[in-house]
Every structure is written in structure tokens, then in C-alpha cells.
Design a protein around this ligand. Structure first.
Ligand code: ADP
Length: 376
């Protein structure tokens, strides 16, 4: 069994140990030399080039992804060539374009923030006026980690975005959303096989700083019962409705008036699921491989009451992560460290740590303290 992963980032890297354990051969098409997943990258190439991707796909049983940026025409060429692509282009387009995603989720009757497709600054100003004087504006494509998301009180604040989307040949629209008054952000991960089996992990709480995920608590405190059921139902409805195969992450808002709204979708392993590597019977990376290979899915129970994952953002100002190993490993022997093999750079996700245990306060403390050793 051979799985081809397009993209050489940390998600592809973390599929490597899972593939080794399952006896699955993993091949990676990386964008450049020396990326996180370069230890499995047998090809360096441009994932927007159809010939490159077709050539890479020739020797594998299924193609999957480290990111959602492979263009639709490249994905369609793979499908036309008879290559199983999981998730397939029909599902993936909803993770590539936030306007398409909002339209489709609304059609499915799923709870989403109030939204509109805005094509002109006047249209956006009308939306802002109708929503209490503020809106969240998003570029439909290409955003990540909060880039391409802005809270505005006037269309003039995103004048250059209108100019950019007008030139990209895709209809020239932005996504406007109500500014959701949320208590916290949650994420629900599920995995789905082509034959239909679905497995869900418990819903988790995610904490973002400056649009970037910094911590994840699994399960989300106070979630067992209605909240967990609603979150799982929403994600399963999306996975089935959109025909997703592999891991699906559904980012959610829990509003101050107790509603659950869908924010974003990712159709691949996701930062909010890294805790599963150390906290669950089946890691999201193993589950993704099982799902895209259409193998039976693994159990999604937790080893301990609580798992807390803290991202190492940026890394040390001087030197490398490994310079801090003596202090971090000696001081926090119960915490699991995952180093992505990337050079430190401000704001960059260079690794994460996970602590698990019975007492949430202690687990949070341990995970934060261990991550802090790697940051200045
Ligand atoms: P990205 O695709 O870059 O991750 P998101 O759409 O997930 O962008 O938005 C990034 C962050 O911005 C979210 O995690 C949330 O904190 C905030 N955000 C996004 N949409 C809204 C909204 N409608 N109301 C309030 N906050 C929002």
C-alpha cells in the first residue's frame, strides 16, 4: 500500500511514523528541499503543475494532502487519470473557497454566522450597517492562520482586498460575516472512509492568539452531553453532505447565547487534532491514512481524562529547539514533544507539546511550562 502526500509540511511529517507502524509506504511531493517532511520526500516539485503531480501519482495507490492549495484543474487531471484522490476535488473545493463553503453549509441547513457575498464596497457598508456597525471580512481563497481575515467598521479598511479579488478572475467577491460574540472556539474532528464509515473524536476547545492556534484542550471542558452531541452531528452531516474522505476538522464557535456555529473546514489532519498522537487510541495521522486507504477506522477514546496540546510558536530567538532539550526534557519528562524540524522564525509553528492526565489544571500547567522552555 502506497500513499502519496502532496505538500511537505509538518502534517505530512507526522504521517510518517503512523505509516511506518501500519506498514504503509509514504511518498511525499515536497515544495522545496529541507521541508518538515523531507525525510519521506522522494520528489521535490510544484504542486500546481499537472505533469509534475501526475508523475508523482503514478507510483502510489492514493493521493492525499498536507494542505488544501492544489488547484482544482490539477486534482481533476488526477481523477481523469484514474488516481484515487482523497478527499476528492468535489469535496476539497469547499475547503478551498470560503464563499462556496458558506453557500453549501447554508444549503445543508447547518448553523453558520450570518454572511453575505459582497462584490462592492457599498455592498459591504450595507452589510456592516445591518450588523451593528462591524463585520468580519474574509478573502475567499488562500487565507490561513488568520491571514485574509479582518474585523472592519468600514469597507474602506479592505479597499485593497476588493482590488485584489477583482483581478483574480474568480468573480471578484469577498465574504462578509457577522462579528460573532463567542464564548470560546471549539473544533470537532471526524474521519470518513470512502465506504462510509465515520469515527469522531471528542469535541475540543481551541485557543487562538492573533489568529493562530496556541492551545487545545481535549475534550472541551463542560462539553459532554448536548454540546458534544451537537458538534459531532454537525461534523458528521458535513462529512457526509460534502462527501469528505480522510480527516475533516470543523472549527466551531460556541456563542454567548449557547449556539454552535460553523466557522471553518479543513479536510486533512489539523492542529486541533495533534493531541490525538499522545492522548487517543488512534492518532489523527493514523486515522487519516486508514481513511484514505478505505481501511477500518481505529478507536477514538482517550488515554486519560484530559489532553492539552500547546504549540511552540516561533521557537528560541537564538539557536535551535534542540539546544533547549536538556532543560525541557529533564524538567518535563511526562510531556511529549513533537519537533517539526523547522528553523525558528517569529510566529512560525515549529513544534508542539502534549501533556495528559487526570487534573486539568496540572495538565495545562505542565504543557504550558514545557512549551515555554522553547520560547523566549
Ligand atoms: P483562517 O482560515 O485564516 O484560519 P478563520 O476563518 O478560521 O481564518 O478565522 C480566523 C480567526 O478569526 C478565527 O479563529 C476566529 O478567532 C476569528 N473569526 C473568524 N470569523 C469570525 C467571525 N465571524 N466572528 C468573530 N470572529 C471570527
Amino acid at each position: 500500500m502506497r500513499v502519496g502526500v502532496i505538500g511537505g509540511g509538518q502534517l505530512a511529517r507526522m504521517m510518517i511514523p503512523a505509516a511506518i507502524e501500519l506498514g504503509v509506504e509514504l511518498r511525499v511531493l515536497a515544495e522545496a528541499e529541507g521541508m518538515s517532511a523531507s525525510l519521506a520526500a522522494d520528489r521535490i516539485g510544484d504542486y500546481t503543475d499537472t505533469e509534475t503531480v501526475l508523475g508523482f501519482a503514478r507510483d502510489v495507490d492514493v493521493i492525499t494532502f498536507d494542505h488544501e492549495h492544489v488547484p482544482q484543474d490539477v486534482l481533476r487531471a488526477l481523477v481523469d487519470a484514474g488516481v484515487p484522490v482523497r478527499p476528492g476535488p468535489d469535496a476539497l473545493r469547499f475547503a478551498q473557497d470560503k464563499l462556496l463553503m458558506r453557500e453549501r453549509l447554508s444549503e445543508l441547513g447547518l448553523p453558520v454566522p450570518d454572511w453575505a457575498r459582497v462584490e462592492t464596497p457599498e455592498g459591504l457598508d450595507d452589510f456592516i450597517a445591518a450588523h451593528g456597525g462591524a463585520a468580519v471580512v474574509k478573502t475567499p481563497r488562500g487565507g490561513y492562520d488568520g491571514k485574509g481575515v479582518r474585523v472592519v467598521r468600514s469597507a474602506a479598511e479592505v479597499a485593497e482586498w476588493f482590488a485584489t479579488v477583482a483581478e483574480d478572475g474568480r468573480g471578484g467577491a469577498l465574504l462578509a460575516e457577522e462579528l460573532v460574540d463567542f464564548r470560546r472556539e471549539l473544533a470537532q474532528l471526524v474521519a470518513r472512509r470512502p465506504s462510509g464509515e465515520i469515527a469522531a473524536w471528542p469535541v475540543v476547545e481551541t485557543v487562538q492568539v492573533g489568529g493562530v492556534c496556541s492551545e487545545v484542550i481535549a475534550p472541551a471542558p463542560h462539553s459532554p452531553g448536548r454540546l458534544a452531541d451537537v458538534a459531532a452531528d454537525v461534523a458528521i452531516t458535513i462529512a457526509e453532505g460534502l462527501g469528505v474522505t480522510g480527516v475533516l476538522a470543523v472549527e466551531l464557535f460556541e456563542t454567548t447565547d449557547d449556539r454552535i456555529l460553523v466557522n471553518e473546514l479543513a479536510m486533512r489532519p489539523h492542529n486541533s487534532g495533534h493531541w490525538t498522537m499522545d492522548g487517543s487510541t488512534t492518532s489523527q495521522f493514523e486515522q487519516h491514512l486508514r481513511a484514505v486507504l478505505d481501511l477500518p477506522l481505529g478507536g477514538t477514546g482517550c488515554h486519560e481524562d484530559w489532553s492539552v496540546m500547546v504549540n511552540v510558536l516561533g521557537g528560541p530567538a537564538q539557536g535551535s529547539l534542540t539546544d533547549r532539550y536538556p532543560e525541557a526534557l529533564a524538567g518535563h519528562p511526562t510531556v511529549k514533544l513533537h519537533n517539526y524540524g523547522k528553523a525558528p522564525r517569529p510566529g512560525r509553528k515549529v513544534g508542539h507539546v502534549t501533556a495528559i492526565g487526570e487534573d486539568l489544571d496540572e495538565v495545562v500547567y505542565e504543557a504550558r511550562a514545557a512549551a515555554a522552555v522553547f520560547q523566549d
